[in-house]
Design a protein around this ligand. Structure first.
Ligand code: PLP
Ligand code: COI
Length: 353
């Protein structure tokens, strides 16, 4: 398939790169492609960034049949643009599609199309420290129909947004609130996919945490509400004694690409890493015993997000004096150095645009 290109006639002013937040500014162009049962995925095109007109009955608006991805393009030291493990995102997009009854697409084509879009939007990749161009591939169900079934037609689109830090705290430790009243996902559900309803389902507990003065929610498993799953929209790691522990992928946890990279890097450095069940009681006990050294989240948006405080019922646990721990710092710096091309890429994770 060949991607048709229509250039925007009016280019937007570029933002002040020193003041970038997250996800508010969008570039001049987007990628679009459609699916019908007759033609399959077809009509790939790069066009001016524009609204998507929709009939009010469009299925995605009613039943949430949609999936998305999140990755970033980084400006490297030579002024070029590069991606971090992008094929992993397109493979995960297809796994999400499969679970949501959405037809999969050719992941190699999706990556090539993204690179084509990025080459057109090259000037939008910011170069200030810790900035990047956030990439949001999305698939939505487009049949105008109110019966509950899988849609026959779909739209795939990719939009781009120059970003700075995801959390206002930046790389400073965040305060986390453990919820026992709500769960994010259950075994057999869709927690291991990047489908839009997961984020809607997380909002209520997130707002409760904010009202109590906390940044994010720590999610426990949906069955026993005992085992730790994720933190906000990130995977979670604990340093207990000399071991790094992260919840095993249970079916209700999103298999993060940053999570996978953290595990690989830590093992590469000779550190002990365990993927296993970890209960909130074990974390409290390790804190009491003085063996809980660090907690941090991992995700594309924030990379590594250290946790300084955990509130669980009446207990408030201060983690590592509330400051950034050495493991979180080393992982953050090493991942960023690879992503921005400041260090060698021993694992072959970088993909030039
Ligand atoms: N967990 C959830 C629910 C997420 O939305 C994300 C973000 O993509 C992650 C974890 C981290 O995944 P990744 O490292 O691939 O960004
Ligand atoms: C992440 O990249 O870690 C995220 O969770 C992205 C979020 C904006 C959905």
């Amino acid at each position: 398939m060949k991607t048709a290109i229509t250039r925007s006639e009016q280019l937007k002013a570029k933002p002040d790169e020193t003041k970038l937040g997250f996800g508010t500014i969008f570039t001049d162009h987007m990628f679009n492609m459609d699916y019908t049962p007759e033609k399959g995925w077809h009509d790939p095109r790069i066009e001016p960034y524009a609204p998507i007109p929709m009939d009010p009955s469009t299925m995605v608006l009613h039943y949430g049949q949609a999936v998305f991805e999140g990755l970033k393009a980084y400006r490297n030291g030579e002024g070029g643009t590069q991606l971090f493990r992008p094929q992993e995102n397109f493979d995960r997009l297809n796994r999400s599609c499969h679970r949501l009854c959405i037809p999969e697409m050719d992941p190699g084509f999706a990556l090539e199309a993204l690179k084509e879009l990025l080459r057109i939007e090259e000037k939008w990749v910011p170069s200030e420290p810790q900035t990047s161009l956030y990439i949001r591939p999305t698939v939505i169900a487009t049949d105008p129909f109110l019966g509950v079934r899988a849609s026959f037609t779909y739209r795939y689109f990719v939009i781009l947004s120059p970003v700075g830090a995801y959390y206002a705290e930046g790389f400073n430790p965040v305060k986390i609130w453990v919820t026992k009243d709500h769960v994010r996902a259950v075994r057999g559900g869709v927690g291991n996919t990047k489908t839009i309803g997961n984020y809607a389902a997380s909002l209520y507990a997130g707002e409760e945490a904010h009202k109590a003065g906390y940044t994010q929610v720590l999610w426990l498993d949906g069955i026993e509400q005992k085992y730790i799953e994720e933190v906000g929209a990130m995977n979670i790691f604990f340093v207990i004694g000399d071991e790094i522990v992260t919840p095993e992928l249970s079916g209700s946890i999103l298999p993060g690409i940053t999570r996978k990279s953290v595990i690989a890097l830590a093992q590469h450095w000779g550190m002990k890493v365990a993927e296993r069940k970890i209960s909130i009681d074990e974390v409290v006990a390790a804190h009491e015993a003085g063996t809980l050294k660090e907690i941090f989240g991992s995700g594309t948006a924030a990379v590594i997000s250290p946790v300084g405080e955990l509130k669980y019922g009446d207990r408030i646990l201060t983690i590592g004096n509330g400051s950034v721990g050495p493991t979180a710092l080393k992982l953050f710096e090493s991942l960023c150095d690879i992503q921005y091309g400041k260090a060698d890429d021993p694992m072959g994770w970088i993909e030039p645009v």
